[in-house]
Design a protein around this ligand. Sequence first.
Ligand SMILES: [Zn+2]
Length: 316
Amino acid sequence: MTRPLLHALFCGAFAFSASLSAPAADQLDVVASFSILGDMVREVGGDHVAVTELIGPGGDTHSFSPSPSDAGRLSNADLVVFNGLNFEGWMERLIDATGYAGELVIASQGVSPLTGAEHHRADDAHEKHDDDHAGHGHAHGGFDPHAWQDLRNAEIYVANIRDGLIAVDPENAEDYRANAERYTGEIRALDGRIRQLIDALPEEATVVTGHASFGYFSHAYGLRFIAPVGLSTESEASAANMGELVRMLRAERVSALFYENMTNPSTLRQLAEESGLPIAGTLYADALTADGEGSTYLGMMRHNAELLDQALSTAN
Ligand SMILES: [Zn+2]
């Protein structure tokens, strides 16, 4: 199927991006919305795929705005993989604009979504903390998109990606299955390791991050997270939220503050100054890093758990 109008519109930008990452003739051209999914697709697809990420390492998917060259990338893809749960609020418009009619993988399909209500944000500070997360009923802000922060959800992501690759390239189904199985084994092993690390931390250990991106981590591994803003980095901390948070940091046993690798650190710096608490490092939240241990999904999850372990086991 050709789309002459679109090609005319985006020809220049497309030609440029294609020259940067042209897939080999026998490779699938897979577009992943952001870096974490890009890494998962490479793990499952192996040599059969050439992956383009719309939002690369360190990028903020919440505040992303697609460009004509992104449209060009999509219109030429064999497969598009995105997170869903409204993480990429711009995706539907982008798909409409490009007329992309190929296979879509919603990586989070099948996970049990959490809602913003499960998060311990500053404005939830008056709520008693308990481990009963059954209260899905009183959502006040839609689903939490950050499902990859629970490695058991990553197993579902991997299965969805595997099935999408098989749907567009059934010839290599066996390879996709084998890669997914090997990768899932690594995911499970790391899940066990993280559970061990976090279980050993003091029960009251509490962590502050830039936005509410660790709800699934908290739900899965049992650590308490609070943040000055909600589920999207696009929201801004209100003076009331900041005031409430500083009061909480003083009143409760908050152990450490952490930067996130893709958000502006100014709010965190302000909180650290006002509370006198240390900033213990950078957690990888919504993006991989360009190099180092955070450049893969498993490396990022391992880094986060080890950093939390270091910061919280010595702080108490
Ligand atoms: Zn986020």
